[in-house]
Ligand binder design. Structure first.
Ligand code: F6R
Length: 606
């Protein structure tokens, strides 16, 4: 939550900062602000999206080569200009941006109130005054001392008029990356704001403080001991983060799926051996044989991808697999041990609940691995191995291509484990052949976008929807329902088809459409019966059906046909019509699909 960008060097800072904020807007967009240091500090803030800030800045002189900026997802204090970052200390000499939560801010505020003048309701402002209290001519020392008083999480950048050629950054629990240029440095919550300028980056770790001038970068721990860090190379490029003619990132990312799916599996399988080789697993054959239980930890869409993974691990590898919602797992009393393999599945690699749950599993002695999209993210770095899903930057708040690629990687892991026990070479080869056909089958579905748009427009005024699936298509129904809720704000519920009759069917009526996945698999007849139960209650039906299924047309005129594939792989195809349905519904209702209300992409708070 919240995005930070900062720059120090020889270029004009403000265009870099505003461009960077646009890249980070997915992290929150309640308000935004920028501060430039040029003798004095000039600060401009605005409520709402970055466009509002950019508009406000247009006619102002904001020249200067050092600056910090922030886009906010409100936690402490309402959405207002006065609560927007950057925040000043009393004398306007010190200014900071902060991502995270200062848990003991009330206590600190009470202590500072007599001598410091507070203007906002934020926890961040407390940090500004605390640093001011300790400032005696050395910003890095004051920040370090202030942080020793703080409980909570932070990624922060500070600057001070008395040290006009310096930025100080610190991290504990909220990500910060430093981009290394030629006598210039970029600091941000992730690498996207710096990709246009440099691919050389340093990932700050928890408990590290960086002192940065155009000529020099020094990193210390909280005991002020110097630390040597490696400069790493990131391989995402700026072009991948562009819209390429699509009206928004979400549609582009839906259409990215056939290509990035190939990126996910390329070079990671062996057709002859009918197996996969994900080296990042980092386990010996004996260790793999010792695994009796797999736990997939995730939140939201990633947890639905994990449900697809559960089917794969159990069917291919015969290993009992549980999907655990990370926010619950961390406070439960999980039964994990040395024979448990725990995967944290996450696009951002920064989700606080998933991170905390993984740490809990690690404390209990399990193997912990990551299935992660963002390179160098906290979860990628804290796990003892794992695999990048190679979906490329996912900038729309609603996740689409990361979901499919997470599932792709879990199929490969399941195959790798399965070939050690119950999966034959022939089954492995069949699965791989089917996986390789997925991208062209995805293309066939994407070509039906206009048809799906027509269906979405027909139903756009309905206030409620059901999504039904059975077996491998239960996660598909859950994901379709979540997509519709989060970007169109239309209420929907998802159920396994057979569960309707146990209660939810009471809700059905002619204005409660049911979107059902009825593809030709072992549960086809069962699903058909469930749909008959729906029709008997006169609820309209929209179907995802397998190409050539004439029966589907007899049930409803609103059928979206998908190519056949192996049952286990069906979610990779069947989710796409639901993504497009949610997308077109949201567009026809005039929603901002990339930045839906109340949400942020990277959920770094509990
Ligand atoms: C929904 C969505 C969220 C995320 C969830 C986990 O479209 O994007 O439900 O899936 O917040 O995020 P990551 O994958 O970054 O851990």
């Amino acid at each position: 939550m919240c995005g930070i960008v900062a720059y120090i060097g020889k270029k004009q800072a403000s265009p870099i900062l505003i461009g960077g904020l646009r890249r980070l807007e997915y992290r929150g967009y309640d308000s935004a602000g920028v501060a430039i240091l040029d003798k004095n500090i000039k600060r401009i803030r605005s409520v709402g999206k970055i466009d509002n800030l950019a508009e406000k800045i247009k006619n102002q002189d904001l020249s200067g080569n050092i600056g910090i900026a922030h886009t906010r997802w409100a936690t402490h204090g309402g959405v207002s200009e006065v609560n927007a970052h950057p925040h000043f200390s009393c004398d306007d000499d010190l200014v900071i941006v902060h991502n995270g939560i200062i848990e003991n801010y009330r206590e600190l505020k009470n202590e500072l109130l007599t001598e410091h003048n507070f203007v906002s309701e934020t926890d961040t402002e407390v940090l500004a005054h605390l640093i001011e209290k300790y400032y005696q001519g050395n910003l890095k020392e004051a920040v370090t001392e202030a942080l020793s008083r703080v409980r909570g999480t932070y990624g922060l950048v500070a600057m001070h008029t008395k040290e006009p050629n310096k930025l100080v950054a610190a991290r504990l629990g909220s990500p910060l990356v430093i981009g290394v240029g030629d006598k210039e440095y970029y600091i941000a919550s992730d690498t996207s704001p710096m990709l246009a300028y440099t691919k050389n980056v340093i990932f700050l770790d928890d408990g590290e403080v960086a002192e940065i001038t155009p000529e020099n970068l020094q990193i210390f721990n909280l005991q002020s001991e110097a630390i040597n860090k490696n400069v790493e190379q990131v391989d995402w490029d700026e072009a991948q983060a562009q819209k390429f003619g699509f009206p928004n990132f979400m549609l582009k990312e839906i259409y990215d799926q056939p290509i990035v799916f190939q990126d996910a599996i390329r070079g990671r399988y062996d057709l002859d051996g009918g197996t996969a080789h994900l080296g990042g697993l980092n386990m010996t054959i004996d260790e793999m044989h010792s695994i009796k239980k797999i736990i997939l930890l995730a939140c939201g869409t990633a947890s639905y991808a994990a449900m697809i993974g559960k089917y794969a691990f159990e069917r291919l590898a015969g290993i009992s697999t549980e999907v655990e919602i990370a926010s619950e797992f961390r406070y439960s009393d999980p039964i994990v041990g040395r024979d448990t393999l725990v995967f944290g599945i996450t696009q951002s690699g920064e989700t606080a609940d998933t991170l905390a749950a993984l740490r809990e599993a690690k404390r209990k002695g399990a193997y912990i691995r990551g299935i992660v999209n963002v390179v160098g993210s906290t979860i990628a770095r804290e796990t003892d191995g794992g695999t990048y899903i190679h979906a490329g930057p996912e900038l729309a708040v609603a996740s689409t291509k990361a979901y499919t690629n997470m599932a792709a990687i879990m199929f490969l892991y399941a195959l790798q484990f399965g070939r050690l026990n119950r999966t034959s070479v022939a089954t492995g080869q069949r699965l791989l052949a089917a996986l390789l056909e997925i991208p062209e089958k995805m293309e066939i579905i994407l070509k039906q976008s206009d048809k799906i748009k027509t269906i979405a427009e027909k139903y756009k005024d309905n206030k409620n929807f059901f999504f039904l699936g059975r077996g491998v298509n239960v996660p598909v129904a859950l994901e379709g329902s979540l997509k519709l809720k989060e970007i169109s704000y239309v209420h929907s519920e998802a159920y396994p088809g057979g569960e309707m009759k146990h209660g939810p069917i009471a809700l059905l009526s002619p204005d409660f459409p049911v979107f059902a996945i009825m593809t030709k698999n072992q549960l086809y007849e069962k699903m058909r019966s469930n749909i008959e139960e729906v029709r008997a209650r006169k609820a309209p039906v929209i179907l995802v059906a397998t190409e050539g299924d004439e029966m589907a047309k007899k049930i409803t005129e609103d059928v979206i046909y998908v190519p056949p594939t192996m049952e286990l792989l069906e979610p990779l195809l069947n989710t796409i019509p639901l993504q497009l349905f949610a997308y077109h519904t949201a567009v026809s209702l005039g929603r901002d699909v990339d930045r839906p209300r109340n949400l942020a992409k990277s959920v770094t708070v509990e």
